[in-house]
Design a binder for this molecule. Structure first.
Ligand SMILES: Cc1cc2nc3c(=O)[nH]c(=O)nc-3n(C[C@H](O)[C@H](O)[C@H](O)COP(=O)(O)OP(=O)(O)OC[C@H]3O[C@@H](n4cnc5c(N)ncnc54)[C@H](O)[C@@H]3O)c2cc1C
Length: 505
């Protein structure tokens, strides 16, 4: 996402660009694939910026991630928490409806529920800088933003220091507490939860119809139509540096690609430790890599099922608590389901559905699977996990017994293999209540001609931070070269031959 975004902006600003990726398609984690005639979506659960009033929307329209004819699925019910015994809470994608649902379920917590919903409403108005990096803003713009956002910073800072699960303890209702414990990956702060609920309840977290792969394909097609080049199935081994300036990369095949600029959109640990040979230190990142308790990652173990039944009448997102926990690196007491029947354009045989069942974990979940990779029992363990998950799903939905076929199993090692990400993460570093907010510039002291981008340098990751850092990388390059940065939504791209420069990502 980050690489494609900077590729599009740089190409549109007159640079010759080539995106090098170890996979055979562009899009990185924003992807999907087909197994047994069924499309399995690998990413978007919600996309911040689908609301045309959102400042993020410009990023998606600029890069053709969203075209005028792209349908957006705007969920009514974002997720259903099923506690068993008929006890359920629906997280409605509408703040008034959500507030009502919580008040009806737990009138004893009315005061806290109202306070919480007020905060969600407050967060609906908060959006980070998308237009350009803060350090590239003029004094006037900084003063304007500073004044306009002073209240936002107060709320963001205050809630960033509170753990979401800890916050839940102020509710007396045990089911509401459970939501705070399980909604986000373990360790997330309250601010992250509020941002997510704010976007979703503000109709600003829809899902482009066609899914993640279709979105990445639209961007890739646009990039290619601008004349951007791609080298796929190629692994970068090293960034080539001479006298403190990057001048290209060496691929695993030995091939050398020269360039005036190198942008690394790889996960940040891969870039610093491997591609830059650990020669350059970025303090905020080193701090994170050194303390996985304070800065954990977030990952999934997922089983994808083909279901020989149309599940259109069932919720898209569901979190079901289990009587008998599933043991991996720890005991998981709940399964998160995603039912893809909402999107009729996704490939699957008529009358069938695709259901994904996931457990959400952190670094420890990765270590659990990695050990099987190392002792050679990974495939066997994956199959065992598939059987356990299938039994659990059949117990939760006995009517689906005999209708489930496992079509894929995804673990943190899958993400590591395809993305080269830290501990199988797909979402940057988690912003815990003890951690600090991350807004790395992307420049590295002592290294010219090089920019870091990607979700791992901005906030706690996700598609918007990936795209923002991609745009910022292009802006920094243009600024350093004295090229006026053009954004297509403002002035329309030009590709003037006189400005053609070489750059690579
Ligand atoms: C199951 C799942 C659900 C998600 N849900 C959402 C969601 O609902 N909303 C949201 O905003 N985000 C979501 N995300 C997260 C989102 O996918 C990521 O935040 C985003 O795609 C990250 O983009 P990126 O460009 O920073 O990094 P990546 O997508 O990780 O791209 C890095 C690229 O670098 C390449 N690479 C690595 N090393 C090398 C090398 N040595 N040589 C060549 N290429 C290399 C990789 O192949 C990859 O293409 C989800 C992710 C997953 C997996």
């Amino acid at each position: 996402m980050s690489g494609l975004t900077s590729g599009i902006y740089l190409r549109g600003n007159g640079y010759d660009t080539v995106i090098i990726d170890l996979n055979h398609t562009l899009g990185g984690a924003c992807t999907g694939w087909v197994r047994k005639g069924c499309y399995i979506d690998g990413c978007i659960h919600w996309l911040t910026g689908t609301n045309t009033n959102s400042s993020y929307n410009e990023l998606w329209t600029d890069t053709h991630a969203i075209l005028p004819n792209t349908d957006i699925y705007v969920q009514e019910d974002f997720s259903v928490f099923d506690f068993g015994g008929g006890k359920k809470i629906t997280i409605w994608a509408d703040i008034d409806k959500l507030e009502n649902e919580l008040l009806t379920f737990a009138p004893e917590d009315a005061k806290e529920i109202k306070k919480f919903c007020k905060m969600i409403r407050r967060f609906q108005t908060i959006e980070g800088p998308v237009d350009k990096p803060v350090d590239m803003m003029g004094l006037g713009q900084l003063i304007y933003i500073g004044l306009a956002m002073v209240g936002d910073y107060y709320w963001a800072n205050k809630t960033a220091k509170i753990d979401a699960a800890e916050y839940g303890k102020r509710f007396t209702n045990k089911y509401i507490r459970k939501i705070f414990e399980t909604y986000m990956a373990p360790g997330y702060n309250l601010m992250s939860m509020l941002y997510m609920l704010a976007h979703v309840t503000d109709k600003n977290g829809g899902i482009p119809i066609g899914g993640s792969k279709a979105m990445a394909d639209r961007m890739a097609a646009y990039y290619t139509s601008l004349g951007g080049k791609a080298m796929l199935g190629k692994e970068v081994e090293e960034v080539l540096i001479d006298s403190g300036r990057a001048y290209g990369v060496r691929l695993k095949s030995g091939e050398i690609i020269r360039a005036d600029w190198v942008v690394s959109a790889t996960p940040v640990e891969t870039c610093l430790k491997k591609l830059l040979k650990d020669q350059y230190k970025v303090k905020s990142i080193e701090e994170r890599l050194a303390d996985i308790k304070k800065y954990p990652i977030y990952t999934f173990s997922t089983v994808a099922f083909k279901v020989s039944e149309d599940l259109s009448n069932r919720p898209l997102g569901r979190h079901v608590f289990l009587d008998k926990p599933i043991e991996l690196d720890k005991a998981y007491d709940g399964i998160t389901f995603r039912n893809y029947s909402y999107d009729k354009t996704m490939m699957r045989p008529k009358g069938t559905s695709v259901l994904q069942a996931s457990l959400m974990g952190n670094d420890d979940m990765y270590f659990y699977w990695k050990k099987f990779k190392e002792d050679g029992s990974y495939r066997e363990q994956k199959e065992k996990f598939g059987r356990i998950m299938q039994s659990a799903v059949e117990e939760i939905c006995p009517e689906l017994r005999g209708k489930l076929e496992i079509i894929d199993i995804i673990t943190p090692c899958t993400y590591e293999r395809y993305l080269h990400s830290r501990n199988g993460s797909f979402q940057g570093f988690i912003h815990t209540s003890r951690g600090k907010s991350l807004m790395q510039k992307g420049t590295i002291k002592g290294l010219e001609g090089f920019i870091l981008s990607g979700q791992c340098i901005f906030y706690s990751g996700g598609l918007p931070p990936a795209a923002i850092t991609g745009r910022f990388a292009a802006q920094r390059i243009c600024k350093a070269d004295g090229v006026k940065f053009i954004s297509p939504s403002k002035e329309g791209f030009r590709i003037p031959d006189a400005l053609r420069r070489k750059s690579i990502q």
